[in-house]
Write a protein of this length. Structure first.
Length: 429
């Protein structure tokens, strides 16, 4: 009885200590966290990705371009990250995330505005996507998660979840906002107004709030890391281990399925008989679920083994694919499928940031995150164009939906093979 009481007292002590440390991290890092959330929500991989499905239908009606040809634009953006993500990661490690972010935000707005000048030649359309992908690469998640990982350790999971919930907010309101803009101004002017909107929202917030920790912050909270106290393995060491490759391959499978479903959700629902407004509203459930997924996964990551959480969430889209592959037009079932897609989408980049920091540390975080983001980009970049091209040839998405079922399950299996977290505290930069 006495030993049981002692155990309960000790458990209560460690629980309260852990909670106090988490509260302290939020007390010190909440400003940077808010800035990161706004930046992530207004970034290239958020705004351009989640609003693209609405633009596809509008552009196809206004031009003689097919869905497959239009979808290639977002594929260019995502595939360009194969080159830009590792480069930006290295620049963030070297010059700091704040500096890179403040340069990239206005460049993103400028590049997006260039859609106004696109004519009847689809190559001009592709050029703008390529330009935007290069000069706005500093708004990719590696920039925002780098600083958040420095401010947070004990509460890193939920902090990353809050940061990347910004993309969920964009996914929720972006399609609805863009739909109203297109109805009133057409798709070209909508890009201009969207660029203006995100610049007005993000630039002041990032300038005021998004800052790396200083020496005084580290003295007050020892879990905070700056460039002089960062632990972890080098890039060369990390790529020799199986964890790097398992995470990467799992991301290809998961991102491909999720990206294909998200960017084609509106066209799929229109094919099922839904109006553009109804399809956009149902697709908006993805955004709400992304926010929920970010936060739920973030909380779970602070308490449970991350690969298990990854396996559950990244394999879940097989359920959505099963629903969509059938002749189901029930609003409830379609809503469930959209919610599951959103939960999985909410998990993937949160998991990437968390797994990178836990398995490899922050020593070469930017370079490692950027390199793993390449795998994500391959899957997420190929899928939209593949879905669109397959539809142009076959008039449906059936085979690809069955493929999503298989790749989603394979992604979960690979995550379960990662093993325990390594001890990185002995490896200090």
């Amino acid at each position: 009885m006495i030993s049981l009481t002692k155990s309960m007292v000790l458990a209560s002590f460690f629980l309260s200590t852990d909670l106090i440390e988490k509260i302290q991290e939020f007390k010190l890092g909440y400003r940077a966290l808010i800035g990161a959330m706004v930046g992530a929500g207004c970034g290239l991989s958020s705004i351009s990705f989640y609003t693209h499905g609405v633009f596809v239908s509008a552009i196809s009606k206004d031009t003689d371009w097919s869905r497959g040809e239009i979808q290639l634009g977002v594929s260019i953006m995502i595939l360009m990250a194969i080159i830009t993500a590792p480069l930006v990661g290295s620049l963030v490690d070297r010059y700091g995330a704040r500096f890179i972010a403040l340069i990239s935000i206005p460049l993103y707005g400028l590049a997006m505005s260039s859609f106004v000048f696109v004519g009847n030649d689809i190559n001009h359309y592709y050029f703008v996507w390529a330009l935007m992908s290069i000069i706005a690469a500093g708004t990719l998640p590696v920039t925002w998660t780098r600083v958040v990982n420095q401010w947070f350790d004990k509460a890193r999971g939920i902090a990353l979840g809050i940061t990347l919930a910004g993309t969920g907010i964009a996914a929720t309101f972006g399609p609805i906002y863009v739909t109203s803009l297109i109805e009133d101004f057409g798709w070209k002017n909508s890009y201009l107004l969207l660029a203006l909107t995100i610049s007005i929202i993000s630039l002041p917030a990032v300038y005021v709030l998004f800052k790396e920790p200083k020496e005084a912050d580290i003295f007050e909270n020892h879990s905070v890391e700056n460039s002089n106290t960062i632990s972890g393995v080098s890039f060369k060491e990390a790529v020799k281990g199986r964890q790097f490759w398992f995470i990467g391959i799992a991301l290809v499978f998961a991102a491909g399925g999720i990206s294909g479903l998200i960017t084609n959700s509106v066209p799929m629902l229109i094919d099922k008989g839904f109006s553009l407004k109804d399809a956009a509203s149902l697709a908006g459930l993805i955004g709400l679920s992304v926010i929920l997924g970010r936060l739920i996964v973030g909380i779970l990551l602070d308490y449970f083994w991350a690969p298990l959480i990854a396996a559950i969430f990244l394999s879940a889209p097989f359920i959505s694919a099963l629903i969509l592959v059938g002749n189901v037009d029930s609003g409830i079932m379609i809503s469930i499928s959209m919610i599951i897609i959103g939960l999985a989408a909410g998990a993937e980049l949160d998991l990437l940031a968390f797994l990178t920091s836990r398995y490899f540390g922050l020593k070469d975080y930017g370079k490692l995150y950027g390199s793993l983001y390449v795998f994500f980009s391959i899957g997420a970049g190929i899928a939209p164009a593949l879905f669109g091209r397959y539809f142009d040839i076959n008039g449906d998405y059936i085979f690809l939906l069955y493929l999503v079922i298989c790749t989603s399950l394979l992604s979960g299996i690979l995550m379960l093979r990662l093993g325990d977290y390594p001890n990185l505290k002995d490896s200090i930069n």
